[in-house]
Design a protein around this ligand. Structure first.
Ligand SMILES: [Zn+2]
Length: 1054
């Protein structure tokens, strides 16, 4: 029997360690050199630039089930042309074949198990990748940026991270022996089954709370110090700020005395302990000042001439890997910038990968927060990929009683709950309630007031743990892992090679799925009708089943449409092989996308699962047909009927759509279902049969093999005085307090905006807890709980000093994206700029000590805010000249975007390539970034620009032909092909470029699409549109913008 609260007895669960899933990263072949296409696959279409050979090694999914003789082409004669019975017409799916089942499917009545939202189904019993024990430093290579160690040689490779114990992370046993603890929990019987919401929720919302105070503006401001402290240019002086800004401690303390004190947690003078209060940090304030062209009278001069563009704030990439302890000396330790590389040691607060706050000190009052112009929000990414050198998350099994929770607010036990009365009671750090400690969980307190066993129990000393969910959290048996592929085979899709690309990608990815009985697959195609395929083994060939009714859809032969993978691998392969030829003469241009999705959903309804759709044209017929919105001149974004999406979410069906198109498809409308089911949109436009299949394959592969969970529910709790105002991300929300996630993965982040409903007391801490109940891909029901405790402050300057630029800007970005559908773009841009100005004005007015009005004064932590704000106003989403679909895709990309990818999206990284071979590597394979200005782009240079999603390579028009020959195999710029596939040639320069690109793909966990750009054509214009520091039709130059900001601040001051 498990010890309550203890680690699982014996050893790690036989088949699951949350971190081991990150080994899946090995599945992402993002950093492999180009491989020759597999000849056996040749008929499948253009060779992807990434071969699949490394696949079979060390994949959690496939290794045990390795598929040595996966398919080559089918034996001659076996591939049936017409997978269709002879009775059908000239086109394979022209008529309803006699075997078609016309009756409606049964069993599609209600959510399985009575409460689908609580249901749990697991993925296949998958052999776990070598769980190499809880060694703190796993040595598995991962796609996370390989550590960049200042290794002398400077040579980098794709090998395992060079981190090791020398780095000082303790490697002690993580599972203390359980001998000291009482063995048999004698807890009362579990409460009656509850609904999902009550597990995460509980009655906290019933607590009396103070009347809501003035809510911060929904669109308040951003920021924090993203980049390094200025190693900066002379104009910037980092100053220590004197103690008494207008918002000093005095007056505010008086106010705070009126507060009802939060649960008292005495702390004076005791040794460090988790629940202790940290004294306010030293009140030092650094700031950057800049003198933008001021005249003698202090007025800003119009011309930017006096500002040296080389001395204005720009991101400075960190060159070394930081080791971050989440708490030090009993104080929360502000996290490193999200965009830097760091290794986290969880010493009480959760890793910033899982949860970050826009400000690392919490303002005591709403008034203080509003005065700052900033906003208070969390970005949570509950399944974020850890760094390979970080300790694994520990799994805690409380046995039948389940994890200890506050009986009032249902908050989970965490390091900040304070035990009192010899450990017999504990005080909740969220609602302040004093609760009885379950008898079997009691433990004496030491002289420091902590439980004596605190360091042995992960839930009492770690910011993140995973609890084994008890039966109460289950409503039905874990579901099988269902992957349903739905492919558009209308004429356009065929002709552009999209069908071949999709079939090839699916076929290869299926090879990576586990063979176990829990893995189920299904496949369907659609044009103006829907074609299912019976994959049962009994048939020699896959049998096509046509659903002609696209207005009132049903699913044929439900039980044979989704089949165990082990029963149909071969058939599936043949089918995927033959689909492109089966439909090659298809003249149907219409696409019944909505009907196809609905029919597939009906087939999956009884289990839930992942629906992966490949779509190539505007849905034109059947359910949810769309019109050419753009053609009609409408530019606003669709916010359509969500009924279908809500139904999908209820049955735990998550939808991802891979859009491989040449034209407008109305992404705004298509994205409604993916967004609300925890899925996402992939966009390949214009789809190229030559250069896109490799990305399509890698995207699909990462989609199905990355760390993820199913049928999840998430809730964030916070201490009294604050409450969650709103969640934003890809999910479905049916009750106000929780978000439903049919699927959730390591890449998805959710923004949680907070508001005050009372005052917080100076000297206390405020806690936040994110609880994610989910089913792992290995079929276990788990509750991942991350807790963050931050100090409260009554001092405005503390807010600025502890502002988190990356997080603030991410929230900024997401809010702008949320507004686009409802607000004119110009207004969104103005709003974004105004928010930036408000924050800087507040700082200038209340915190800055420099009296000269001629200086623009930026808080050190937020000195890049103006640059990022300017870049945001010029981004694809906010530009007026963008295409509707591009903008809609941008919105969809931004909504679940992680903090570390938000910055490069608006301020991409540009590096030079022509001099790669002459450059000495200094720790990193990737050369230092260049400011995004045309001044830094030379006609005889070659540059790479990447934003985490796309990668552009610009070739100047007078580049040395020898270099283009070496890099691209072409002798002049004129030969550049837009559908470009990078190859590796046998010379150092080419090898270097491939290394750099692999490193970037690895850092971004994304197989970035690659485009070659040249001057004077649309590709070149596309490249230059990223030069956000330059003046353009889309806005001011960076220098002009600083002047503008400065003037606005000055006018507010007077
Ligand atoms: Zn509570």
């Amino acid at each position: 029997m498990a010890t309550p609260g203890g680690p699982r007895p014996g050893s790690i669960p036989p088949n699951y360690n949350p971190n081991s899933v990150s080994d899946n990263m090995k599945n992402l072949q993002i950093n492999r050199p180009n491989q020759p296409p597999n000849p056996a696959n040749a008929p499948r279409g253009p060779p992807p630039s990434l071969g699949q050979q490394p696949q079979s090694q060390s994949q959690p999914f496939s290794s045990p089930f390795s598929v040595p003789n996966r398919p080559g082409p089918p034996p001659p004669g076996v591939v049936p042309r017409g997978v269709v019975p002879p009775s059908s017409g000239p086109t394979p799916h022209g008529t309803l074949p006699p075997f078609m089942v016309a009756n409606r499917p049964v069993g599609a009545g209600g959510p399985p198990g009575g409460n689908a939202s609580l249901a749990s189904r697991p993925m296949p019993p998958v052999p776990v990748p070598s769980t190499s024990g809880p060694g703190p430093f796993a040595s598995t290579p991962s796609p996370t940026p390989p550590p960049v160690m200042p290794v002398g040689s400077g040579a980098m490779n794709n090998g395992p991270p060079m981190f090791g114990p020398p780095h000082g992370t303790p490697g002690g046993p993580q599972y203390p022996s359980s001998g000291v603890r009482p063995s048999a929990p004698t807890r009362p019987p579990p409460p009656p089954p509850q609904t999902m919401s009550s597990f995460l929720g509980g009655s906290f919302d019933n607590q009396p709370r103070g009347p809501p105070q003035v809510a911060p503006p929904t669109f308040s401001a951003p920021l924090r110090a993203g980049m390094q402290p200025s190693s900066g240019p002379p104009t910037f002086s980092s100053q220590a700020q004197p103690q008494g800004p207008p918002f000093g401690a005095q007056p505010w303390q008086m106010q705070s005395q009126q507060n009802v004190p939060p649960p008292s947690i005495p702390c004076s003078g005791q040794p460090p302990r988790m629940y202790g209060m940290s004294p306010p940090l030293a009140n030092q304030q650094s700031m950057a000042t800049i003198s933008p062209a001021t005249g003698p009278s202090g007025n800003a001069v119009s011309g930017p001439s006096k500002i040296d563009p080389n001395q204005i704030p720009r991101p400075v990439p960190s060159s070394s890997v930081l080791l971050h302890e989440t708490r030090q000396g009993n104080q929360a330790n502000p996290p490193p910038p999200a965009t830097s590389e760091f290794i986290v040691r969880d010493t009480g607060n959760c890793s910033p990968r899982y949860m970050r706050s826009t400000i690392n000190q919490i303002p005591c009052t709403a008034y203080l927060l509003n005065t700052s112009g900033m906003q208070l929000a969390l970005l949570v990414q509950p399944l974020a990929l850890p760094h390979p050198s970080e300790e694994p998350i520990q799994i805690v099994d409380f046995g039948e009683g389940g994890p200890v929770r506050c009986s009032r607010c249902k908050g989970y036990i965490n390091p900040f709950m304070k035990f009192v009365d010899q450990g017999k009671r504990f005080i909740c750090n969220f609602c302040g309630f004093t609760d009885e400690t379950p008898r079997e969980y009691q433990c004496n307190l030491g002289p420091d007031g902590r439980r004596r066993d605190a360091d042995e129990r992960p839930e009492l000393c770690r910011g993140t743990v995973e609890f084994v969910a008890t039966k109460e959290f289950l409503v039905r048996e874990p579901m099988p892992a269902v992957f349903f592929f739905l492919i558009d085979v209308s004429m356009n899709a065929l002709q552009t090679g999209a069908v071949a690309g999709a079939c090839s990608a699916i076929s290869r990815v299926v090879a990576d799925l586990p063979e176990g009985p829990r893995t189920m697959v299904g496949i369907a195609t659609f044009d103006s009708t829907i074609q299912f395929y019976n994959l049962k083994r009994a048939f020699q060939q896959p049998l096509m089943l046509i659903v002609p009714d696209i207005e009132d859809v049903y699913t044929p032969l439900q039980t044979d449409v989704i089949v165990q993978l082990s029963e149909c691998r071969q058939h599936l392969d043949l089918l995927l092989e033959s689909i492109p030829t089966m439909f090659q003469n298809n003249k149907t241009a219409d696409s019944a996308f909505g009907a196809g999705v609905k029919a597939a959903f009906l087939a999956m309804k009884s289990t839930g699962g992942k629906l992966l759709v490949f779509q190539s044209v505007l849905p034109s017929v059947g359910i949810a047909a769309l019109s050419g919105r753009e053609a009609e001149g409408r530019t606003n974004i669709y916010v359509g009927d969500k009924t279908m999406a809500i139904e999908f979410a209820e049955y735990q069906v998550s939808v991802d759509v891979f859009i491989t198109t040449q034209s407008y498809v109305d992404i705004a409308s298509i994205s409604v279902i993916p967004k609300m089911t925890g899925g996402q949109i992939y966009y390949y436009h214009p789809f190229s049969a030559r250069s896109d299949p490799a990305k399509l394959y890698n995207d699909l592969r990462w989609n199905v093999t990355r760390p993820q969970g199913f049928e999840a529910v998430m809730r964030v709790r916070c201490s009294q005085g604050l409450q969650v105002q709103e969640y934003s991300g890809n999910f479905c929300k049916r009750i106000p307090t929780d978000v439903d996630l049919p699927a959730v993965d390591c890449d998805k982040s959710i923004m949680v905006s907070l508001k005050h409903d009372d005052k917080l007391q100076d000297g206390t801490e405020c806690s936040f807890q994110c609880a994610l109940l989910y089913t792992s891909v290995y079929g276990q029901r788990r509750i991942r709980v991350s807790t963050l405790s931050l100090p409260c402050t009554p001092t405005l300057s503390n807010l600025f000093r502890s502002a988190d630029l990356d997080t603030q800007f991410s929230c900024f970005l997401k809010q702008a994206a949320n507004e686009i559908p409802f607000t004119p773009l110009l207004a969104v841009r103005d709003r974004v700029t105004e928010l930036c100005i408000s924050i800087l004005h507040s700082y200038r007015k209340y915190c800055a000590t420099v009296s000269s009005s001629g200086q623009l004064i930026l808080p050190e932590a937020l000195k890049l805010l103006p640059l990022y704000t300017l870049a945001l106003t010029k981004s694809i989403g906010l530009r007026s000249d963008g295409h509707v679909d591009d903008r809609s895709f941008w919105i969809n990309y931004v909504t679940p975007l992680s903090v570390q990818l938000a910055i490069p999206l608006v301020y991409p990284r540009m590096i030079s390539l022509h001099d790669l071979h002459t450059r000495e590597t200094e720790g990193s394979v990737i050369p230092p970034p260049i400011p995004l200005s045309i001044e830094h782009v030379s006609d005889d240079g070659i540059y790479l620009l990447e934003n985490g999603e796309d990668c552009l390579i610009y070739v100047g028009d007078s580049v040395d032909p020898d270099i283009t020959q070496k890099l691209f195999g072409i002798s002049s710029v004129g030969e550049i092909h837009s559908q470009f596939v990078l190859e590796q040639y046998d010379n150092p320069l080419s090898k270097k470029l491939n290394e750099v690109l692999n490193e970037i793909r690895s850092q971004r966990c994304n197989y970035l699409g690659l485009k070659l750009c040249k001057k004077g054509d649309p590709s070149g214009m596309s490249f230059f549109s990223y030069m956000v520091e330059d003046k353009s039709q889309n806005g001011l130059s960076y220098v002009e913008f600083l002047v503008h900001v400065h003037r606005q601040i000055q006018s507010k001051m007077t």
